[in-house]
Each structure stands twice: as C-alpha cells, then as structure tokens.
Design a protein around this ligand. Sequence first.
Ligand code: PHB
Length: 390
Amino acid sequence: MFIRRQLLLAAGAIAAAAAVVPVRAEETVKVGLIVPMTGGQASTGKQIDNAIKLYMQQKGDTVAGKKIEIILRDDAAVPDNTKRIAQELIVNEKVNIIAGFGVTPAALAAAPLATQAKVPEIVMAAGTSIITERSPYIVRTSFTLPQSSTIVGDWAVKNGIKKVATLTSDYAPGNDALASFKEHFVAGGGEIVEEVKVPLANPDFAPFLQRMKDSKPDAMFVFVPAGQGGNFMKQYAERGLDKSGIRVIGPGDVMDDDLLNNMGDAALGAVTAHLYSAAHPSQTNKEFVAAYKKAFNNRPGFMAVGGYDGIHLIYEALKKTGGDVTGDKLIAAMKGMKWESPRGPISIDPETRDIVQNIYIRKVEKVDGELYNVEFATFEAVKDPGKTKK
Ligand code: PHB
C-alpha cells in the first residue's frame, strides 16, 4: 500500500514535470529587434538598443508572467537585409513582435511580412508619414517628419525669415520634410531660393553648401537623418555659413542630442522643431537622462526615446492582454494607449496607430558650458499632418 502510494506520487510528479515543459516554452515573449548597428545609421541602432536595455533593467524582464527576450539583429539599414532578417525571425525564431527599423525603407520592407504573419511591427525610429498605412500591424513610437516640419515652416514666416534654401536627404522622409515645410512656409509668404537634395549614404555636403551660400538665404532648412548632423555642421562651419549669418532651421534630426555637444559654437542659435530634447524640463526626463548617462556615458537622443517608449508600449500591451501574444489582441491593446514619456505626454492614435505627441520649438544654447536644444514653445498633442490631409 505504502509503495503503491509512493509510486503514484512519483508518477504524478513526472506528469506534472512533463506538463510544465511546454508551458515554460510559451512563457517567453520573443521580440525581434531589427536596427542598424553598423554603417552610417549605427547611432540609431545603438540608441534604441541602449534604451531598451535601460528600460528592462529598470522594470525587470518579466511582464504578465512572461519573460521578455530581445533578439537583436543588425540590418545595417539595408532594406533587403531587413526583409531577410524579419522573415528569419518570424519563421525560425517564432518571434511574437518585430521592432526597431532605423530607416523608412527598412520599416516598409518588413510591413508585408507583419501583415502576413499577423505579427505586430513596432516602428521605433523611421519617420515617413505613410509607414503606418502599409500594414494594420504597424504601430509607431517615433515621429513623422510633417509633425515638426509644418511647425517650423509656420515659425519661420512669423519670425522674419523670408528667404530659405533647403538641403534635404534624398529619400522618403527628406521629401516629407521638404514638402510639409514648403507648404507652410510658402503659404505664409516665404520664398524658397535654392533647393538641393543630398544622397542618403555618405553624403558630402561641401559642394552643396557653396550653392546655399551663394543663394544668400536668411536661413537654411535642413533635414538629414539621425547620425549625420555632426558631419553636416562641421562642413557648414568650415564653409563659413555660420559667419555669413545663414542660420540652420528644420526638424530636430540635424541637432540630435547625442552629437550636439560636439558640434561647437556654429550650432548656437539653430532653431528646430522636434519631439525630444535632453533638456526637456520634466522630472520623468531628468531621471531618464541621468540613468541613461550613468549606464552609457552619453546623452540620450530622440532615437533612444523612440526605443524606450516602444518597449514600454510592448510591456503595457502585454499587461492588458494578460500575456496573450496574439497579434490582433496586442494591436487592439496598443490603440489609444497614453503615457508620460521622457519627451512629455504621448498616445497612440487608435485610428492610425501613429504617435500623437507634443512638438517643441527649441533653440541651441549653452547651458552650464554644454550645448542643448532649449525648448521655448510647445504645440500640444500633434497628430501626423501627413495623414489628416487625405
Ligand atoms: C527615416 O528613414 O525614416 C528616418 C531616419 C532618421 C531620421 C528621420 C527619419 O532622423
């Protein structure tokens, strides 16, 4: 009798152990993080990767009873790589979510795969307006170029800038920035005196800068993607555009906080509109900047914030679904979500799945011996103007 009971208990224990194994496997939520870690856009990938690591250190790596596993892959911002990697992560690694996407072509390349597999695609960096329309599984925590370029266009006409030369990176977000700036600036009576587009990869700005200088504008509207602002400002200063009084205006990408402090005094006075400044004076941001600096010895820029908010969105959606990773349930949970980001209050538009956020106008100033984008005007809860037009 005693032996029989022991045997039964042992059998029960084995059955219980066997039952535990498959459940354990399902208790991991896999997030495929596809970002450029090498090449010209590497600073974007590094900021996003850092911010996600920081968030997970602060909040732990378990949510709704599930362990979060980040699988980091470098696509070098080449869309063919993005597509191959996304496919591999979805089919072989069985990731539940794909995230990252340092440039627009990468975000677009993954969109059909997200739709087909019903896997959420969290865009943490890319900023062309149309991205969220390419799949019902896309949610964006970064920004759109029209959000800030329209605002800087209005600001320029109201602040005595009459003639502008434009220099934009020759691909989708550059074209979005240019079109939305022009629409507002020209409607307000401004004149575009020179327009140049520079290649995305390894741009040499020098030949274009001479043309800019010769066209004698009051200001120069610049869009270059994150990571290129330092090189641009170096050539701007070398060609003496700062001395000619041609001020830089634009969306804030060119004045990215991770590069700004090394740009030197040529950057002083640049006015840009953007979603994030490391100098944003909220308690949430002060804590975020201090923790990021402590962990990585550098200032966070706007790409870091896109990553930090992107992983927050994933955590909160999982809490709402009780750990259910079904794509449709996660997307439904993300729609309409609101929270306090280091950048200020943000939400996900339930109709477009795009980010709604404050846009700040900022001026580069020296604060305690360091260069910062100091915010001086706020436009609250800005939706993507690129969509409301349609
Ligand atoms: C983009 O490719 O969408 C992109 C990349 C970097 C930026 C802005 C937009 O700073």
